[in-house]
Design a protein around this ligand. Structure first.
Ligand SMILES: O=C(O)CCC(=O)C(=O)O
Ligand SMILES: [Fe+2]
Length: 320
C-alpha cells in the first residue's frame, strides 16, 4: 500500500466570523464537513482566529512540563476508564506516554471543567501551577467550541438537530508525548487503530508523524501548521450515522530528532447510543444495534491486538 506524502485531507476553514447557522458560510462549511467525514472520516480544520500562536506555544510548553514530571507523579492521574488517566512505558508502545483530564459531564457547564482542571493541576503540582491550569482550561474551552460546532453541522446536515443534547456528552483532554526512538528501536509511536470516540480533535507541535489511511488503502502523511487541527470521526459516530460517516485507521510514525507532542480532545456520549430513526430507511437499513459506550470500550480492550488493528470494534460488537 502506497504512503502518499502529496495527497492531503480536505482543509476546512472555521475562522470566519459569520459562521452562524443558516448563513451561506455555515451551509457551505457544513457541506464540506459532511463530505469530508463521509469520504475520509477526517479533515484538517483551520482555526487560527480562535487559537492564537501564543496559546499554541503556551499549551505545548504546558504539555512538556506535565509529561516531564516523574512517572510516580503522573501515575497519580488514575482513571477507572482505560486510557483516560496516565499511560506510559508500555512494552508494546515504548515511545509513547499520555495523561488525560476527564470532564465527566457538562451538566454544570464550564464550571465543572474549571474545578476538574484545578484538581488535576493540584494533584500534579502540590504547590499549585496556575499557569498550567489557565492554559489547559482556556485551550479546552476553545476546542470544545470547535467540537460542538462540527457536531452541530453534522446533526444539521442529516436533519436531526433535535437529538443534539449537551447533557450526554463528555470529554477527555489528553497530553501525548512520543520520544525520539533510539538507534535500534522501531519508529512506531502508536500502531494502526481507529478511535473509539464520537469525535477526536488533535493538535500537534511542529513534529509531524500522524498518518491516516484512506478508504482505498493509501496512507496520507499529515503535514500540519500550528493553526491546524485534525478532526477525526470515531467509531461511535460511524454507528450513530448508520455507517454514513467513515472512521479512518491511523497511526503515528516518528522521524527526526525532536519529540512529538499532541494535545487531543476526545468526545464521547453517555447512556445508550442509537442511530436516529431518520437515518434508517429502505435504502439505508439499520446497520448497528443500540449500545452503551463503556460496553464498547470494554469489548475493545478484550480483543486481541490483531483484531484491534484490523476491524471495526463497533461492527464486531453490535453490527446488524
Ligand atoms: O498523536 C497523534 O497525532 C495521534 C494520537 C492518536 O491517534 C490517539 O491518541 O488516538
Ligand atoms: Fe487515534
Amino acid at each position: 500500500m502506497a504512503v502518499q506524502a502529496m495527497c492531503r485531507l480536505p482543509i476546512i476553514d472555521f475562522s470566519k466570523e459569520d459562521l452562524k447557522p443558516g448563513t451561506s458560510s455555515w451551509l457551505s462549511t457544513r457541506n464540506k464537513v459532511q463530505s469530508a467525514l463521509e469520504e475520509y472520516g477526517c479533515f484538517e480544520a483551520v482555526y487560527d482566529k480562535i487559537i492564537s500562536l501564543e496559546l499554541h506555544n503556551e499549551i505545548f510548553g504546558s504539555a512538556k512540563e506535565l509529561l516531564d514530571l516523574p512517572t510516580e507523579v503522573k501515575a497519580k492521574s488514575s482513571s477507572d476508564i482505560s486510557y483516560f488517566g496516565y499511560t506510559g512505558e508500555e512494552p508494546d508502545r515504548p515511545l509513547f506516554q499520555s495523561l488525560g483530564i476527564n470532564h465527566a459531564s457538562t451538566l454544570e457547564g464550564p464550571q465543572s471543567f474549571t474545578n476538574l482542571t484545578q484538581t488535576f493541576t493540584n494533584q500534579m503540582w502540590p504547590a499549585g501551577n496556575n499557569q498550567f491550569c489557565e492554559n489547559a482550561l482556556s485551550y479546552a474551552k476553545k476546542i470544545v467550541e470547535l467540537e460542538q460546532l462540527v457536531k452541530r453541522m453534522v446533526f444539521d446536515s442529516y436533519g436531526v438537530k433535535k437529538y443534539l443534547d449537551p447533557r450526554i456528552q463528555f470529554y477527555n483532554l489528553r497530553f501525548l508525548k512520543y520520544r525520539v526512538p533510539e538507534m535500534d528501536e522501531a519508529n512506531v509511536g502508536v500502531e494502526n487503530h481507529t478511535d473509539k470516540t464520537f469525535l477526536s480533535i488533535l493538535h500537534q507541535n511542529e513534529v509531524n508523524g500522524l498518518e491516516v489511511k484512506t478508504k482505498n488503502g493509501d496512507w496520507i502523511k499529515m503535514e500540519l501548521s500550528p493553526s491546524s487541527f485534525v478532526v477525526m470521526a470515531g467509531e461511535v459516530l460511524l454507528a450513530w450515522s448508520n455507517g454514513r460517516i467513515h472512521t479512518p485507521f491511523h497511526r503515528v510514525i516518528l522521524k527526526g530528532t525532536k519529540a512529538r507532542y499532541t494535545v487531543g480532545l476526545f468526545s464521547f456520549q453517555s447512556g445508550i447510543i442509537q442511530t436516529p430513526e431518520e437515518l434508517v430507511d429502505d435504502k439505508h437499513p439499520l446497520r448497528f444495534k443500540p449500545f452503551e459506550y463503556f460496553k464498547l470500550l470494554r469489548y475493545h480492550y478484550d480483543l486481541d491486538d490483531a483484531r484491534k488493528g484490523n476491524e471495526s470494534t463497533v461492527k464486531a460488537l453490535c453490527g446488524v
